[in-house]
Design a protein around this ligand. Structure first.
Ligand SMILES: [Zn+2]
Length: 342
């Protein structure tokens, strides 16, 4: 009974994407043992001290639930399965600072991104006041948040993920880029030392390098970026650096945040709703106009045509056709003239 409750609870906590793809959820993966290949233990429910008694495949095998004999449980991630996920294959170009080639207006107006769930955590790179924020400064775009960081201080991964860039890269100096399971990427620039390689899997809190001042930098600090489809957005949308916490576990990324001149603005819930409603209205209007444009049709006048006959053939009244063609004289049609019929 207890186990069943535990399972139901954990299902609620799982990212919807995992569940949506679950062909046959909760099929047992192994007989009472944690497979050795499954290297990543994750999750916060680790207080138990019992011995693992069963491993359950949650969804498609990317996440396994390990049950202990004291009725506690924890999650492990199946790296092999994760590596086969399109998130870690599509637009995966090692050491490219921007492998995506997506036009901004092709991205959705709103995108709901699960930042952490019951199997993953967030670790703040540095709990501090941001000393240089996202946006334009001195006419030059700044795509991240600068956090004070002494040279030689360990820099850690903010979320679980896979290292896509570990390279010396121009203005960034020593740069690490990690791609996360939700598709976000985090950038860590100006490091004095890189301690992970392309392809390495890291967990939130793992040390990936040391703070420094390499590249275009005036003093030791960590340049921290968050990107979606190659577009940087203000990390302060998701992280309250002074508190060292995420603002929420689920983040609604608006396309407008991906603009280089936008920056984090604390919003009340009401304003948020207003903004949402306004965006929805614009979207609906755009759709209506596009449908209207798509529906416009013309007829080319031929010898012997009259406007009345054209209207009749289109199943429309003469008046309706005249309304669509305000400049047209029904008694003076020319052969080859274009008449709007819809
Ligand atoms: Zn910076």
């Amino acid at each position: 009974m207890r186990k069943i409750r535990v399972l139901i609870l954990s299902l609620f906590l799982l990212p919807a994407a995992l569940l949506a793809q679950a062909p046959d959820s909760l099929s047992a993966a192994g007989a009472g043992e944690v497979p050795g290949d499954f290297v990543t233990e994750a999750g916060t429910f680790r207080e138990g001290s019992g011995a693992p008694v069963d491993t359950l495949d949650i969804g498609d095998g990317r996440l396994l639930l390990v049950l202990r004999d004291d009725h506690t449980w924890y999650y492990i991630k199946n790296i092999e399965k994760l590596a086969a996920d399109s998130t870690f294959i599509k637009d995966w170009i090692p050491n490219s600072t921007n492998p995506y080639r997506v036009p901004l207006d092709s991205l959705p107006l709103r995108n709901t991104i699960c930042l952490v769930d019951s199997a993953s955590v967030f670790v703040c790179p540095n709990q501090t006041k941001v000393f240089s924020r996202f946006g334009y400064r001195h006419g030059r775009r700044h795509q991240g948040a600068d956090l004070p960081y002494k040279t030689g201080t360990p820099v850690v991964a903010a979320f679980d993920g896979r290292v896509r860039v570990s390279d010396y890269s121009g203005g960034y100096g020593n740069l690490i880029v990690i791609r996360h399971e939700n598709g976000l990427e985090t950038y860590y620039g100006h490091l004095s030392k890189r301690e992970v390689e392309v392809g390495d899997w890291v967990r939130a809190g793992d040390q990936i390098g040391l703070g420094g001042s390499t590249g275009r930098s005036t003093g030791p600090h960590l340049h921290f970026e968050t990107r979606w489809q190659g577009f940087a957005f203000d990390p302060e949308w998701i992280v309250d650096f002074e508190k060292g916490q995420l603002r929420s576990n689920v983040f609604v990324l608006r396309r407008s945040y991906l603009n280089a001149s936008s920056h984090y603005v604390p919003e009340s819930l009401d304003e948020e709703e207003d903004l949402y409603a306004a965006e929805e209205k614009i979207l609906a209007e755009e759709k209506r106009l596009a449908a209207e444009r798509a529906a416009v049709r013309y007829y080319t006048v031929k010898s012997g045509d009259t406007l009345g006959a054209i209207a009749k053939r289109q199943g429309k009244s003469l008046n309706a056709i005249l309304k669509l063609n305000p400049g047209v004289n029904a008694n003076k049609l020319r052969i080859g003239q274009k008449i709007r019929v819809n």
